[in-house]
Design a protein around this ligand. Structure first.
Ligand code: MG
Length: 401
């Protein structure tokens, strides 16, 4: 290792210019003696990626396209590290020699590289929840076979991981995920029907990327997290609950069979679960303000409303619908969220599209998922179905407009 590479744990980052990637690099920047960056992968934000390469000096970088590779090489000049491209580039970054791979991509694109990291024997800090939603059984089989560790980065799953600590899995009665309720928690259904993209993106507590912000507004994000929890903690759908907690201070809870409930609390700041995934079992002094309970005065909890937010219920249907159904639900949701962000469909059409595609799948298909190819097949089927549903509803929108 050369002198300018820094010391400590060597990281590879998938999704370095996204919200999780940037906050991971904040942690690395604050603790240069503990962490260094061996490889970075991003998609289209080449200027931001170039700045990260100059600052963190990785020896491998991946960018989304050939045009991006050229632009990055020009921006970096003679000092450029090796640059790889596209889906194969993501896999190269995942397999690059490292102590920990931070899986910070969003959506299905992260599945193959995260599996590659596990198969290469790397520990993974997992923020990319769709990896477990799409292929939880398959991924966990590989994790066991390789003896690697998955550290949850999602704040709820980090909370559960902490609340489990040294307790015995057989003593768990129930896992309860908290949900902020999103920006439409108090909105009546009629108002939600005409919600704009900007209103849906305005999350009350968390600073996140666009896709996950829309998922929070529909409560789909919580549904995906229910599926993620099923695999991370090996609990059945009946052992997972969701409670709306608008302050986002209690990040999730574990109920034990003796009636004890252990919760993890803290300010809503993603750097906390990211830093813990990077440094576990040590906790780093992040310099955040202390949690001031008297200033908060009270914490509220309520039942989620499955009528205004039907996508949460769909996630449970998917979880009970066999191994491929969550992949179908996830793919349909990626398509419907993209259509909403593009201004093509109204807000309720997101959950509606997800429901139609999932129900069609559950009517026609079943069975276990043995391979990555089968998962990707289910994903592709759902995208075709979603495109058909979205095309039809888009045409209808226009004709009635
Ligand atoms: Mg979360």
């Amino acid at each position: 290792m050369s002198a300018d590479q820094g010391g400590g744990k060597r990281l590879s980052l998938l999704g370095s210019t996204g919200s999780i990637g940037e906050q991971t690099l904040d942690v690395v920047r604050a603790f240069p003696e503990r962490f260094s960056v061996g490889a970075l992968a991003a998609g289209t934000q080449v200027e931001k990626l170039a700045a990260q390469v100059r600052e963190f000096r990785p020896d491998l970088v991946s960018v989304g396209s050939e045009a991006g590779r050229k632009e990055l090489a020009e921006r970096l000049g003679a000092g450029a590290p090796e640059i790889v491209v596209g889906a194969a580039g993501l896999v190269s970054v995942a397999e690059h020699e490292s102590d920990l791979v931070v899986a910070g991509l969003v959506g299905a694109v992260g599945l193959a590289p995260t599996l590659a990291a596990i198969r290469a024997g790397r520990d993974v800090a997992l923020a990319n929840k769709e990896v477990l939603v799409m292929a939880g059984a398959l991924v966990l089989r590989e994790v066991k076979a390789k003896g690697v560790t998955l550290f949850p980065v999602d704040s709820e799953h980090s909370a559960i991981f902490q609340a489990l600590a040294d307790n015995r899995p057989s003593d768990i009665a129930r896992i309860v995920l908290t949900a902020s309720g999103g920006p439409f928690r108090t909105w009546p259904a009629e108002r939600i029907r005409t919600a704009s993209v900007a209103e849906a993106l305005a999350h009350p507590n968390w600073d996140m990327g666009k896709k996950i912000s829309i998922d929070s507004a529909t409560l789909t994000n919580k549904g995906l997290e229910v599926i993620e929890a099923r695999w991370l903690f090996d609990v059945g759908p009946d052992q997972i609950g969701v409670v709306v907690h608008p302050q986002s201070i209690v990040h999730s809870l574990v109920e034990y069979r003796d009636g004890s409930v252990i919760a993890q609390m803290g300010l809503p700041d993603m750097r906390v679960p990211i830093a813990l995934a990077l440094s576990h079992p040590e906790r780093l002094p992040l310099g955040l303000p202390p949690l001031d309970l008297p200033a908060l005065a009270k914490l509220d909890f309520e039942e989620p409303d499955l009528e205004r937010f039907p996508s949460l219920g769909l996630a449970f249907d998917a979880l009970r619908g066999g191994e491929a159904a969550p992949a179908v639900f996830n793919a349909a949701n990626e398509c419907s969220v993209a259509a909403f962000l593009a201004g093509e469909i109204p807000f309720p059409a997101i959950a509606d599209t997800n429901a139609r595609v999932l129900m069609r799948f559950l009517d026609e298909s079943s069975g276990a998922v043995g391979s990555l190819e089968e998962v990707l097949e289910a994903d592709a089927w759902a995208r075709r179905e979603a495109a058909a549903v979205l095309g039809a509803s888009h045409r209808q929108e226009r004709s009635t407009a």
